[in-house]
Design a protein around this ligand. Structure first.
Ligand code: UD1
Length: 343
């Protein structure tokens, strides 16, 4: 009998990592989670354990601590790594670039180097649609040019993609997939895991759910004078469980040797553009509530519109976003209510 695949999920206590751990286990794989809990707590791991009924091994370690992280490679028998562990606040990265370069680059270099040294084969890197910047043509395909990054955060995504490409080029036993996420939103249908930002949310959906819960007074819609149908920005909001499943497909592709190149890139979105106003109105409608919101000035650094051409992921990964936006926005509110003890 073939051994079960085992995947190390770095940053697995976080929002995307915890959902991905659940889907990997659901697909019959073993998972080891590492996290330094810098921007999360154990609730994501505990939720994933409850959902799966599996006592998922967890190691509290910083990937930047090479010696401590190497110990994880000695202790556990995994062949694949999904690397989520990174800082992700765009504004903070502008104020404190060294924090971002040091953490996001050093941790990824340690992962790649340790994989190479210990003969591990498959790596998935969490990249972002931010690498496309303000695209000249929409929707963006994986062949659309990357634009110069507008923040150190975005720059670390580009640099890590390049580190992966060059490492795969140099080390014949290594295969890599960069997944470029569009805007992940929503929560697991169980409402046992979800997005739990610390402090004031920077992203739209957590701000909406916290406003609905009465934690924030009023949502600011950043700009209603963009050259879009209703004047607000357009994004491609991808359900978190769908996004998690894309990681399972990426790992499978490499394990089963179905990849066409040893380094590949896939957009992970829905292919559908949704405006800020449309998102707010859909949230209100499906959850049967009124949201306090106002129009505010544009936010510095926002692109007008970005959405994905997902045909490559659809045909090559055999993956497609499935959960309707309505259901995703219901899950986001169910999760916020669960966290706040509402109802
Ligand atoms: C940002 C990052 C992206 C990162 C993602 C997840 C950039 C340019 N964007 O995406 O790389 O992967 O966060 O952390 O680097 N909005 C409001 N009011 C709010 C909050 C947001 O109107 O209170 C609007 C924004 O102007 C934007 C949309 O909602 O039009 C989505 O914003 P957000 O959720 O912050 O995601 P992005 O900026 O698209």
């Amino acid at each position: 009998m073939n051994k079960k695949p085992c995947v190390l999920v770095s940053g697995g206590a976080g929002y995307i990592g915890s959902h991905t751990a659940v889907e990997l286990i659901g697909a019959g794989m073993d998972v080891v989670i590492t996290d330094n809990l810098a921007n999360s707590d154990m609730s994501g791991v505990e939720g994933a354990r409850r959902i799966t009924g599996v006592d998922i091994p967890f190691v509290d370690v910083d990937c930047c601590d090479r010696a401590a992280f190497a110990e994880v490679f000695r202790r556990y028998d995994f062949d694949s790594v999904i690397h989520f562990a990174a800082f992700k606040a765009v504004g903070e990265s502008v104020d404190n670039p060294m924090k971002y370069y040091r953490n996001n680059l050093a941790s990824f270099m340690n992962v790649v180097e340790l994989m190479h040294e210990s003969g591990r084969h498959n790596i998935v890197f969490s990249s972002s649609a931010t690498v496309y910047g303000e695209a000249d043509e929409l929707p963006v395909t994986e062949k659309s040019p990357r634009k110069p990054a507008t923040s150190p955060y975005g720059n670390t995504k580009q640099m890590c993609e390049d580190i992966l490409r060059d490492s795969v080029g140099a080390y014949p036993s290594l295969k890599g997939i960069a997944l470029r996420y569009f805007n992940p939103i929503g929560a697991h249908p169980s409402a046992l895991i979800g997005e739990l930002p610390r402090g004031v949310p920077q992203n739209l959906v957590p701000y909406i759910t916290q406003t609905a819960a009465g934690i924030r007074e009023c949502l600011s819609v950043f700009g209603d004078d963009y050259p879009t149908p209703d004047g607000s920005c357009l994004r491609d909001y991808i359900d978190i469980v769908d996004l998690a499943k894309a990681h399972v497909a990426a790992i499978r592709r490499m394990i089963e040797n179905k990849n066409k190149e040893r380094y590949e890139i896939f957009n992970v979105g829905t292919g559908r553009a949704v405006s800020v106003f449309e998102l707010v109105k859909t949230f209100e409608r499906v959850n049967n509530l009124r949201l306090n919101y106002k129009v505010a000035p544009r936010r510095a650094g926002d692109v007008v519109a970005i959405w994905a051409d997902t045909s490559l992921a659809n045909s090559e990964l055999g993956w497609k976003a499935e959960r309707p936006l309505e259901e995703t926005l219901r899950s986001a509110w169910a999760w916020e209510k669960h966290v706040r003890g509402i109802e």
